[in-house]
Design a binder for this molecule. Structure first.
Ligand code: DHB
Ligand code: FE
Length: 284
């Protein structure tokens, strides 16, 4: 049986990818951001999974605004880093896990979540920047990755509650796979940021830290926060945080197991227009 052993949470910001790719990680502006991931990089080496189930959002890159699935699972053998306007990032291609992905699609759809099946997709900064933050600049990513895209760009977006329930279904799906795989689930995006309109530049440290606190110790309650509260408190792009609830819903305490161990917690403002948050939770 496959098992989810840990969840990792991290923001994504295109400028973080650019800083890494252009050799700027030691510049005073970026050094504290990357330093916040030193622990995580070592932890990932020490706790290398067989597969990463990576919950992220596409930014009108692969799907454009012509077709917008609410939830989409990548079942392909590989994924190419997307060209977001400056050429594709110089990062390894992403190797998928079609067998586990197809099993999860089967199981989750039979648990009544409508997933879009994606057999071809270029992956943008939403997926590659979290991998870069946790892995640095390797020749190849450490393991296969199943990309799971969530629409948080074009309204209406899914609620935190639905995301949390989906996480529970993903845990059941993984645990019903008949090979002994060590799977990590990553929830990415957020934290507070707004890129548009009169409130562009909005950051809310209080909300973000409340979110981190409750994600750890009251995920069920946090899941009932309505979408309008994210927009009001964390900015229009702060809604990316609902993706963290998918990863949290897949942890074993939610299904009655013991509470997870907090291996790392990091928060830093700013990176570009965004508050960077990062958590690692291990199942017990
Ligand atoms: C920024 C943050 C994002 O989440 C994103 O998708 C694009 C830009 C930023 O802070 O610049
Ligand atoms: Fe984003």
């Amino acid at each position: 049986m496959a098992k989810i052993t840990a969840s990792v949470y991290t923001s994504h910001v295109p400028a973080i990818g650019a800083a890494l790719d252009l050799g700027k990680t030691q510049e005073p502006y970026w050094q504290p951001v990357f330093q916040g991931y030193d622990f995580g990089k070592q932890w990932l080496k020490d706790n290398k999974p067989d597969v990463i189930f990576l919950v992220f959002n596409d930014h009108a890159t692969a799907f454009s605004l012509e077709m917008i699935p609410t939830f989409a699972i990548g079942t392909a053998a590989e994924y190419t880093p997307a060209d977001e306007g400056w050429g594709p990032r110089p990062v390894p291609k992403v190797i998928g896990h079609p067998e586990l992905a197809a099993h999860i699609a089967q199981s989750v759809i039979q648990q009544d979540f409508d997933l879009t099946i994606v057999n071809k997709m270029d992956v943008d900064h939403g997926l590659t920047v979290p991998l870069s933050l946790m892995c640095g600049q390797p020749e190849a990513w450490p393991c296969p990755v199943i990309p799971f895209a969530v629409n948080v760009v074009q309204y209406p977006v899914p609620s935190g509650r639905r995301c949390f329930e989906l996480g529970k279904a993903i845990r059941k799906a993984v645990e019903s796979f008949d090979k002994p795989l060590n799977v990590q689930i990553w929830g990415t995006g957020g934290m507070s940021h707004q890129l548009q309109g009169p409130r562009a530049g909005l950051i809310n440290k209080e909300f973000d830290n409340m979110f981190l606190d409750r994600l750890i110790s009251d995920p069920e309650g946090l899941a009932s926060v309505p979408h309008i509260d994210y927009v009001r408190e964390a900015g229009s792009e702060g809604i990316e945080l609902v993706m963290w609830l998918i990863a949290r819903g897949a942890m074993s305490d939610v299904a009655g197991g013991p509470a997870p161990t907090v291996k790392n917690r990091f928060y830093h403002v700013p990176a570009s227009n965004t508050a960077v948050g990062h958590l690692i939770l291990e199942n017990n």
